[in-house]
Write a protein that binds this ligand. Structure first.
Ligand code: DQA
Length: 143
């Protein structure tokens, strides 16, 4: 199984940005967790992070025919991006949405997620472990 993990804006600032909300683990720690998960589960996991909405859309489109599943944390674009929603619908690859924080217990504007309408599952508030859970979910249901 070949999975693509996509991270949106400011996820590269993990460990620095709002540690009270996102924790002290760094983006490098997240990459290491993904590598560990790939080895443990014997799957290929490629990771892409961008602060630019169009680059995220491009990457989702490029996944068509090349990946069996997507794990996506669209970050702030979660709450605004019809373009990311449409891209996920266009490629029709099983996608699991991840949020490090528990968005449900935060500001009202974080309560809406456009991409979730094209995702088979959402994991919120489990920290970086949520990414591992998302990979396991895809393996369980589509592997
Ligand atoms: C986030 C939650 C979003 O509301 C926020 O804009 C992010 C990160 C999360 O992982 O908890 O950048 O997606």
């Amino acid at each position: 199984m070949k999975l693509l993990v996509i991270n949106g804006p400011n996820i590269n600032m993990l460990g620095i940005r709002e540690p009270g909300i996102y924790g002290k683990n760094t983006f490098a720690d997240l990459l290491a967790l993904l590598q560990d998960t790939a080895q443990a589960e014997n799957v290929v996991i490629n990771q892409f992070q961008s602060n630019h909405e169009g680059s995220l859309v491009d990457k989702i489109q490029e996944a068509y025919g090349n990946y069996d599943g997507i794990v996506i944390n669209p970050a702030a674009y979660t709450h605004t991006s019809v373009a990311i929603l449409d891209a996920l619908k266009a490629v029709s690859i099983p996608a699991v949405e991840v949020h490090i924080s528990d968005v449900d217990s935060r500001e009202p504007f974080r309560q809406i997620s456009y991409p979730s309408m094209a995702c088979v599952h959402t994991i919120k508030g489990h920290g970086l472990e949520g990414y591992r859970e998302a990979v396991l979910y895809l393996l369980d249901h589509y592997g």
